[in-house]
Design a protein around this ligand. Structure first.
Ligand SMILES: [Zn+2]
Length: 318
């Protein structure tokens, strides 16, 4: 770019919003650091991805990544081995793609941003999210809020619909009572540890299966008046605080405003995708949880590390 073009570009920087400024910053940063550097430094392998044994011996490098050899199975590996990003190409575009995920860009816009075709951007989206979607709270304690939310069942992208088509982005039958709504149980404690669990049905058995391994025995569970929660708490011996939808929204510290706020951010964010295919709903939920974990502070590097599944231990539970 020549100087005459550059000066007006600099002047325009004043017009950026704080979040645009941050994105520009990340984008400049990610142009300076290569994916290989991040993978080599932040994801040095300590355990064999083939047989889980230790230690690994440094074994030169290949395609810009350090290589290791396992002292027990003798196989070689690199930081991407067995991760969802193994064997994906165009590594130099991955950080840019991570920024597209952070910004919640459509497949088409992400493709344009990274200079890849639409199919690649689509493949990358779901490869990046494959591990991200598995990371959610495994244990919630203290005051725990739970509530269900619903997503319209969608066969988007599938050629053969198992039912008559609905008008694009249309509405289902009555909320939560028909078969074309997919229920998701949102559970969040006051440390913001969050789990979103897709339920087959909202009944006592499925709610119990979702909550039993998750909610601490000494927790206080706050929910609306739905009988399924009452049944679960009685059986599990967990203290239950019911917030009736018709009554006051909170009783002191007991309320379900955190799950409700999470749900409304989730719904507001997901709207941009104009309906998500039910078979990918888990990925979108994991994507949203990741953004929530970091709030606004997530960098393309964080996102890349999340996608490869080798993130700092302390984040795993949240
Ligand atoms: Zn091994």
């Amino acid at each position: 770019m020549n100087e005459q073009e550059f000066i007006p570009l600099l002047q325009k920087l004043n017009l950026l919003s704080p979040s645009q400024r941050q994105r520009l910053h990340h984008s400049l940063e990610s142009n300076e650091t290569s994916t290989e550097e991040i993978l080599a430094v932040k994801m040095a392998l300590h355990q064999c991805p083939h047989c889980a044994s230790t230690p690994l011996k440094p074994w030169g490098s290949s395609h810009g990544l350090p290589r290791y050899r396992c002292t027990s199975c003798f196989k070689t590996c690199n930081p991407l081995t067995k991760s969802p990003l193994a064997r994906l190409r165009k590594r130099d575009k991955w950080l840019m793609y991570a920024q597209a995920l952070i910004d919640g860009l459509s497949v088409r816009k992400a493709a344009t941003l990274c200079g890849v075709d639409k199919n690649t951007a689509f493949l990358w989206r779901h490869r990046f999210l494959a591990l991200i979607n598995t990371r959610q709270a495994l244990h919630e304690e203290g005051i725990v809020e739970a509530d269900e939310t619903f997503f319209l069942e969608s066969f988007k992208g599938q050629r053969h619909l198992p039912r008559a088509p609905r008008r694009r982005g249309g509405v289902g039958k009555t909320r939560g009572t028909s078969d074309d709504q997919i229920p998701v149980l949102v559970v969040r404690d006051r440390h913001q540890s969050t789990a979103t669990i897709i339920l087959e049905r909202v009944d006592a058995a499925h709610v119990k299966a979702a909550l039993s391994p998750l909610v601490d025995k000494d927790a206080i569970l706050c929910t609306d008046g739905a009988a399924v929660y009452k049944a679960f708490c009685q059986e599990a011996g967990i203290t239950h605080e019911i917030i009736h939808s018709k009554g006051p929204r909170a009783r002191g510290v007991f309320h379900i405003q955190n799950v409700n706020a999470f749900d409304s951010r989730l719904k507001g964010w997901i709207r941009r995708f104009h309906g998500v295919a039910t078979k990918y709903l888990r990925n979108y939920l994991g994507w949203r949880r990741m953004l929530e974990r970091y709030r606004t502070a997530i960098t393309p590097e964080d996102c890349l590390l999340e996608a490869v599944g080798r993130t700092p231990q302390q984040l795993i539970q949240t």
